[in-house]
Design a protein around this ligand. Structure first.
Ligand code: ATP
Length: 302
């Protein structure tokens, strides 16, 4: 899989404040990449560098293998659609009139209106739109010129459950057609449903870039077990050399040595009844929290 975009040791400063600090990551073509980080970590700044809104001081940005400079930034920005911060829309124009501002063809407008399910209100003035419908219009405008790369900053903000599900379907189906998405959101449970890859940044620095399957796999190393006698089960397993922790109403067994059959057999032979067993799955929220907490503790310990 080739990369549509590569950040290489990119540094962006506002005065003396380094907002992006020697940042490197890559965006695979046709993937949905979730951009995660606490408030002020630099997500919007990354997006604005891609759109050519912000210049940067050091490092390089490559679009489809070509180095982007201030002279050819249009090559990248003209093929990128974006919704950053609130959508730039005009209350007294209709949705349809917005598409005309973007010089969209009739066929493209029909496609995007159909895709976003906006037929009902496309000829009404935006002043009559709810917040969620305005957000939908902003996303439709990001998609209208058939971009190769789409940047969405907090696109789920203000969307109700149905609109969130619609947006999830749209992003997934457009990515299957080869469009690449970079999506930032603080709604991590939603972001992990749509993302192929995750980039976590903090204080303008890269913490990790991983695929969602890799991230989930991090949690597959232990089992959570509930039995009719957790105390007895824990003692028995400890006596036989298993690594066991007490979780209150359950016990956690390290399975990095892949001993599932061994510990189940041991429990059954000792007449301990198994009530429940599950993998401890790593989710995006747990991973993000543990990295951010780890880095804060490191700063306090310095
Ligand atoms: N135009 C600017 N001038 C000066 N500082 C700026 C400017 N734009 C952003 N910053 C600073 O850069 C840092 C990163 O901001 P940015 O908006 O990129 O973060 P973010 O991760 O998108 O945050 P949030 O999740 O709150 O949207 C912040 O400290 C912010 O104050």
């Amino acid at each position: 899989m080739s990369d549509i975009l590569v950040f290489k040791n990119l540094t962006k400063q506002f005065g003396k404040h380094k907002v992006l600090d020697n940042l490197s990551f890559h965006i695979p073509k046709g993937h949905v990449v979730g951009l995660v980080g606490p408030n002020g970590s630099g997500k919007s700044t990354i997006m604005k560098c891609i759109l050519g809104i912000y210049p940067y001081e050091q490092g390089a940005l490559y679009f489809e293998g070509q180095k982007i400079t201030s002279k050819n930034v249009n090559r990248m920005s003209s093929r990128t659609g974006a919704l950053i911060e609130s959508p730039s829309i005009y209350p007294f124009l209709t949705g349809m009139q917005h598409f005309k501002l973007y010089s969209a063809t009739k066929a493209d407008v029909a496609d995007v209106v159909n895709l976003m399910g906006m037929g009902k209100y496309i000829n009404s003035k935006v002043t009559r739109y709810s917040f969620g419908v305005k957000q939908k219009l902003g996303i439709a405008l990001a998609l209208i010129n058939k971009p190769d790369l789409v940047i969405l900053d907090e696109p789920m903000n203000g969307l109700d459950l149905m609109a969130t599900l619609d947006l999830r379907k749209i992003i997934t189906s457009e990515a299957q057609r080869g469009i690449t998405f970079i999506v930032s959101s603080h709604i991590l449970s939603e972001l992990e449903k749509i993302s192929d890859d995750i980039i976590l940044i903090n204080n303008g620095k890269m913490f990790f870039q991983t695929t969602m399957p890799e991230l989930r796999g991090l949690g597959q190393r232990s089992y959570i077990l509930t039995t009719n006698d957790n105390k007895a089960a824990k003692n028995l397993l400890l006596q036989h050399g298993f690594v066991v922790a007490d979780n209150g109403s359950s016990i956690q067994i390290d399975n990095s040595a892949r001993q599932l059959n061994d510990f189940l057999t041991l429990l059954i032979e000792n007449h301990i009844e198994l009530l429940d067993i599950s993998h401890q799955g790593m989710d995006l929220e747990t991973a993000t929290l543990s990295y951010i907490k780890g880095s804060r503790e490191a700063v306090h310990n310095d």
